[in-house]
Write a protein that binds this ligand. Sequence first.
Ligand code: KE4
Length: 431
Amino acid sequence: MTKSEELYERACKVMPGGVNSPVRAFGSVGQTPRMIASADGAYMTDEDGNRYLDFVGSWGPMILGHNHPAVREAVIKACGDGLSFGAATAREVEMAELICGSVPNVEMVRMVNSGTEAVMSAIRAARGFTGRDRIVKFTGCYHGHSDALLVQAGSGVMTAGIPDSAGVPEGCTRDTLSAVYNDAESVRNLFEAFPEEIAAVIVEPAAANMGVVPPRAGFLESLRKLCTEHGALLIFDEVITGFRLGFAGAQGYFGVDADLVTFGKIIGAGMPVGAYGGRREIMQKVAPLGPVYQAGTLSGNPVAMAAGLAQLTILREHPEIYTQLNETGDWFFGEAAKLLAAAGAKAQVSSCGSLGCIFFTETPVVNYAAAKTSDTARYTEYFRHMLSHGIYLAPSQFEAMFLSAAHRREELQRTLDVMQEFFFSDSRGMG
Ligand code: KE4
């Protein structure tokens, strides 16, 4: 029995599924999750000493790679000053000024402890600002596990949201409407069906929770126009894209203005941090300034702020990191697409900058329904092949590969070689 197996056996006795977040259980790939002991740069090492080239990067935070010295040193120093005060601190001010000074349309920001909390709070601020109750989300987009957003994927476009989880009362999702990603018409129909009732449309500007599905040309612009026309707020959920696609996030990358933006992951550099922000007139509705209540014992935690500030400062001072990251993403996912074509694989690459995935379907993947045509059994075989060669991918077809500044060309080339081995063996009559 490996140490991972032994630890996982113990974990399953005391934690649901043996994990603290479902995807980590490797359920959809039917493997024992690897118990990770340490990580550095682009690599993670498990409790049995196996080393993996990591394409999960803690689901996005590790844009500079794991254990970056500047981040590590900042955290160690901050710890020496004390872990938490439950009081205002200079580091929170610096973080808020950095975010407001770099992200368009964010004049005020509130720090929270996760992406879920950021989105939940942004939705509440949008409802408080507009005085409206309904919200629109897109099937296949994930915005954390707050009740109102756990809505059945594919629920009827015109009907009230149906909970997608036990324990969520119908009342919590009644005001959540579902639209189709990359289909602005499905949003227009909702605005026409519920005039002056929709507080906000929330979207992953580049979807990365159904696999990676970039916005089609004009889609985000159409959402902007519809929200402006109908007095609703456009919320960009940038928990993944924020400070990944560029320092100005998806607004800068796609050139579309949002009214509220949510953040997570990269702004914490691996520590528990989320944030939401927007125009002053909206954020002034948030307590203690305004009537929209939101609070948090550890919000703006000084150690977490130190980690995030260290990472964001490096990104601000070295904008070439984004150029390299996006160019490397274009090259890597471009090469992957070529090898799939050469192998005649029933699969396709879908990417946006340093985010990407391989869908095991030939249907062009522009939305959730198309993503769901993927052959998840084939993805499992691919995942296992890559893992057996020391390459750690997301243990689910419906997640993303996250490139970091620590991934070097030679490691990416080796990854492509291992992919090639799979797809060419696949093409030799393996279906
Ligand atoms: P957290 O509460 O997990 O920090 O953030 C929720 C969230 C909100 N918005 C977007 C666009 C997100 O991608 C997420 C969380 N992302 C997943 C990865 N697909 C987290 C991984 C996990 O659930 O363990």
